[in-house]
Design a protein around this ligand. Structure first.
Ligand code: ADP
Ligand code: ADP
Length: 228
């Protein structure tokens, strides 16, 4: 579903953020991406989103070579691959419903279809009863769940998350992980960047460890406890 073939990323200032990465992630896997701040986690996720392009090598996502993808295909690509951010990136002057509806509005869905899908997504994250609230009326954990509902509302094949529990306490973080596992169990391929090692040890999933832009380890679930 995702394959990096000798991928390097050098930013325009000359800094090499990723160095010749090789790995692949199968459809239906749930994988954690770890490493210290600055290791290259966000850059790797941006390459999968086609928000940045590799300087060398090829990135394949869902059967397409992103290096060769024409710009006209990128909106379609971004409907297959959704992302959850640490700071939610919610619109604070719009209701919960409108925030979750946004990707569908942009994609041009009919209003009746939007209402049905938004409510289904809010139901999955347990926030159907708060659809008319503004984000600031919700707790941090609830805001993150709105961000997740928005990311899954168009039923992506791949869900990426960049430090999705960065601002949450351990109990709320565990709830967010449970939600991710539920999406994964219905077939969504997941890649979750997190430097919270205790959290990802408890998940017992495959772990890719980056260090200074290099892939230092690719650990099977049974070995995930050895991450340090
Ligand atoms: P471009 O590739 O368009 O020339 P840059 O790579 O210089 O642009 O920067 C793109 C964005 O990333 C800018 O908003 C810039 O502020 C930000 N940026 C630049 N350097 C860094 C850095 N070391 N870490 C994080 N963000 C950076
Ligand atoms: P992480 O998500 O693991 O913290 P990042 O992918 O954000 O790592 O950053 C990796 C390295 O690349 C950092 O040293 C960062 O400063 C640098 N970097 C990130 N974005 C840019 C940019 N646009 N231009 C230049 N350097 C950048």
């Amino acid at each position: 579903m995702i394959r990096f073939d000798h991928v390097s990323k050098r930013y325009s200032n000359g800094f090499e953020a990723l160095k010749s990465l090789n790995f692949s992630i199968d459809a239906g896997e749930m994988v954690f991406l770890t490493g210290h701040s600055g290791a290259g986690k966000s850059t790797l996720l941006k390459l999968i989103m086609a928000m940045e392009h590799p300087s060398r090598g090829q990135v394949f996502v869902n059967g397409s070579n992103l290096t060769r993808m024409p710009d006209s295909q990128i909106p379609y690509h971004r409907r297959q691959v959704s992302v959850v951010f640490q700071n939610h990136q919610l619109l604070f002057d719009r209701s919960v419903f409108d925030n979750v509806a946004l990707p569908l509005v942009i994609a041009g869905y009919a209003a009746s279809d939007i209402a049905k899908r938004v409510r289904a997504a809010l139901d999955k994250v347990g926030l159907l009863h708060k659809e008319n609230r503004l984000p600031l009326e919700l707790s941090g954990g609830e805001q993150q769940r709105v961000g997740i509902a928005r990311a899954v509302v168009n039923k992506p094949k791949i869900l990426l998350a960049d430090e999705p529990t960065g601002n949450l306490d351990p109990e709320l973080s565990a709830e967010i992980m449970d939600l991710f596992r539920q999406f994964n169990e219905v077939g969504v391929t997941m890649l979750i960047a997190s430097h919270d090692i205790d959290l990802l040890k408890r998940q017992n999933k495959r772990v890719l460890a980056l260090s200074e832009g290099e892939l230092r380890a690719d650990m099977a679930p049974a070995n995930a406890g050895a991450v340090h």
